[in-house]
Design a protein around this ligand. Sequence first.
Ligand code: HEM
Length: 474
Amino acid sequence: MEITSVLIYIIVLFLSTIFSYPFLKKLKWNSKSIPYKLPPGSMGWPYIGETLQLYSQDPNIFFATKQRRYGEIFKSHILGCPCVMLASPEATKFVLATHSELFKPTYPKSKEKMIGPSAIFFHQGNYHSLLRKLVQNCLSPGSLQKLVPDIEAIAISALQSWAGGDVINTFHEMKKFSFDVGILSVFGRLDKKHRENLKENYCIVDKGYNSFPTNIPGTTYHRALLARKRLSQIVNDIIYEREEKKILEKDLLGHFLNFKDEKGQVLSKDQISDNIIGVLFAAQDTTASVLTWTLKYLHDDQKLLEAVKAEQKAIYEENEGGKRPLTWAQTRNMPFTHRVILESLRMASIISFTFREAVVDVEYNGYLIPKGWKVLPLFRNIHHNPELFTDPQDFDPSRFEVAPKPNTFMPFGNGVHACPGNELAKMELLILIHHLVTKFRWEVVGSQSGIQYGPFPIPQNGLPARFWNESNNT
Ligand code: HEM
């Protein structure tokens, strides 16, 4: 991790611990309330806990070292918060699925403000279930089928724009691709003016999301908040146009606008725009990181690439050398490529862990998780546990010929907040890979090892690469 990022974290931490110290004192567990002990582990230095250790090295090494030392449940103190880390499938299921009501989602206020406080991620209970039904409905296989031709067109146009041999930043280009697919699933075929406007302002929000949260004119964070306001205005303009023209669409915006509960209550404009922007946010960097890793894995292993090519070429021939478009049925019948995607999701584990907060004192397996403590299910450690995945450092898609044991494979999370976009994400990966391997070749430029965090792990420098169209070498 870059030294500047570490310094920023220390400053954030210092300020947040100073301001939260009285609150943390209140959180101190009253040992008389439940006769259980805290999990093993260390809380590090006063105030800063173990934040420096976590952010000055690969976070995966930090967690793996702890797990070796203390076992699958251990305590720590990071970013000003006492935490319990969970690296077992059972504990993860307990927190995210079977006892999810005891743990609430928790995000820094600055991030909540940037996405919008009414967005699905931040909620529990009835409001959350209502939103989830709407989002899941719109991203269900039935709705996704209709998107295949448009996603295919976006993929072909993206690949054509890269071909020609100039070096591109694969991650940045994948971000543009996943954003366009996100826009499609949210707004259907949106006109160019609104699309460009959304893109421009979203880019500013994206830059500010991980910046130091000082709301002073001139800072990246302040600029991002202003752009965030403009995003809401653009969504409102689109809603207004739809209402004017009495357009009833079946996309996510349509689902939100048509919603009415049994008492006749509808979603407010703010609730709609926070959730639209939230979904665009959830869909972009995640999908782009996994796509970038998948391209790297394919590039680094010629045999793997040949096997994917063989499967995709057969479909290409079936479609008369690509003259006919891909069908929904074909995207559902790419077993080898599908396993490559699952293995890429496991290997890269781009969401290494998630955060929850205990809403009451909770007992788990004889240990106490005190109220107010953060709880971190460690997906990556589970995906890289040799007892659950043999030789976890080897890229081996054949391991998915048999379904993984329950709660051991969670690239899309688990339980009530599990990713509703997982089918869309896999579908856009399959479509892009189909066109990439049947019509293009690519070469990674420069050093091919190393990981960067932004905040998701991506290959060093976003995987700079050159692409060529195989048919005419351009
Ligand atoms: C490969 C790509 C993706 C990965 C790895 C991924 C991963 C995840 C994970 C792990 C969660 C759960 C987080 C938690 O429990 O705290 C999540 C939630 C979510 N994801 Fe995804 N995601 C991806 C793509 C997408 C796409 C394409 C969409 C939408 C079009 C989407 C929409 C959402 C939403 C709305 C939530 C919040 C659900 C809730 O709180 O109920 N994701 N995602």
